[in-house]
Design a binder for this molecule. Structure first.
Ligand code: ADP
Ligand code: MG
Length: 365
């Protein structure tokens, strides 16, 4: 198997003076690693994938597999297997023949084909469907046939482009664990494109977050979630969304506090040092909903607001409180009694603080 290196890669569809669909992308995928490329529709995920696969010309930069430049190699010479959202099975072929097809094309012997199809379909739990045709399968089964067709060849690199995006929620959850399990078992270097932050965080070893063709952050799911590199990543990753409060850094005694519309938000000594040293004034303070409390009773240091919305999320409630034009979200228990329009008091945990420059959005703390 191989590692993959993407070095200063650009993709232009029109002239090179226009906006790049992929702008100066550099990232490395280690041998055997599972990397997700995460971002909203149109951010350049598929363009990146298609350049790695060889289906799309690389406008500038270099892509290497195991140290070798593959820029000019045709897709069939890159030893990759791809699974896309519309998996395009051959409608008139059986499951067996669909999965066996790449091996037949590679002129593998009949007995070995039978062996390998058996192995791949057992792993995917579709070995009882070998005689069926695609129209006799459910969406999830079809998707597994497409994955079977990809893994049967034991390629150097797997490329998945939103492979489960159109499946229903329950099946998606199941496919997330199955695909992850499969990748660990096979140990094949894998790139997985998705617009779904939960998919990326739950499956990948590392996540590359893209926005408008530009890589925003490339790190483990834990770091992306806990220490987003900028305010855009902070609000794109995590559901329900992180709340961002426009604050001013204010001197208080020997340290600093955050001033939010005249209310004081205390910060830890460590955060205080970093904020004081940053020389920034206007900032965005970010709080995840599990670190915000919304209550009836006023507590020391809490901020008064009114309840704007409440949503039952099954085992908990997402409460949204409004302070002038700022929305602050909290996860609260299902016995939460406040209703829309009620006065409330909002408390923020200073232990879970992210601070971004109001000017550039870049993380300061
Ligand atoms: P994603 O997969 O993240 O949704 P894409 O890589 O498909 O994004 O697209 C990135 C940008 O490039 C978009 O603005 C899209 O409209 C543009 N684009 C993609 N494919 C083509 C193409 N074949 N011709 C022209 N523009 C394209
Ligand atoms: Mg796409």
């Amino acid at each position: 198997m191989v590692d993959v290196k993407i070095e200063n890669v650009y993709k232009y569809y029109g002239s090179m003076d226009g906006v790049a669909a992929v702008h100066d992308l550099s990232m490395d995928i280690k041998d055997g690693e599972f990397v997700a490329i995460l971002g909203p529709s149109g951010c350049g995920k598929s363009s990146t994938m298609r350049m790695i696969s060889g289906l799309e010309h690389i406008s500038a930069g270099v892509i290497r597999f195991g140290g070798n430049v593959v820029n000019e190699l045709a897709p069939k010479d890159r030893d990759i297997a791809m699974v896309f959202e519309n998996y395009a099975l051959y409608p008139h072929k059986t499951v067996f023949d669909n999965v066996a097809n790449p091996l037949k094309l590679a002129k593998v012997g009949a007995q070995e084909i039978t062996e390998r199809v058996k192995q791949a379909t057992q792993l995917l739990e579709i070995d009882h469907l070998l005689e069926r045709r695609p129209q006799e399968l459910s969406g999830g089964q079809k998707q597994r046939v497409a994955i079977g067709r990809a893994i049967v060849r034991q390629p150097q690199v797997f490329l998945f482009d939103e492979p489960i995006a159109h499946l229903d929620a329950k099946l998606r959850a199941r496919m997330r664990s199955e695909l992850k399990r499969l990748q660990v078992d096979l140990g094949v270097t894998s790139l997985y494109v998705t617009h779904d932050q939960l998919e990326a965080l739950s499956m990948a070893d590392r996540v590359a977050v893209m926005h408008e063709g530009v890589l925003q952050q490339y790190d483990t799911p834990k770091v992306i979630y806990e220490k987003p590199a900028n305010a855009w990543v902070a609000t794109f990753v995590g559901e329900p969304q992180m709340s961002l409060l426009e604050c001013m850094i204010r001197q208080k005694g020997s340290g600093v506090v955050l001033d939010f519309q005249g209310h004081e938000i205390a910060v830890s000594a460590r955060a205080g040092k970093v904020l004081a040293a940053s020389k920034e004034q206007a900032v965005l303070a970010g709080f995840r909903p599990n670190h915000v409390g919304i209550d009836t009773r006023k507590k020391a240091g809490s901020i008064p607001g009114t309840i704007y919305a409440r949503q039952l999320l099954g085992g908990e409630i997402l409460a949204e409180a409004q302070v002038n034009d700022t929305m602050i979200r909290a996860r609260v228990s299902t016995d939460f009694s406040l209703q829309l329009g009620d006065n409330c008091s909002i408390s923020l945990s200073k232990d879970d603080l992210n601070v971004f420059s109001a000017d550039t959005g870049v993380a300061i703390y």
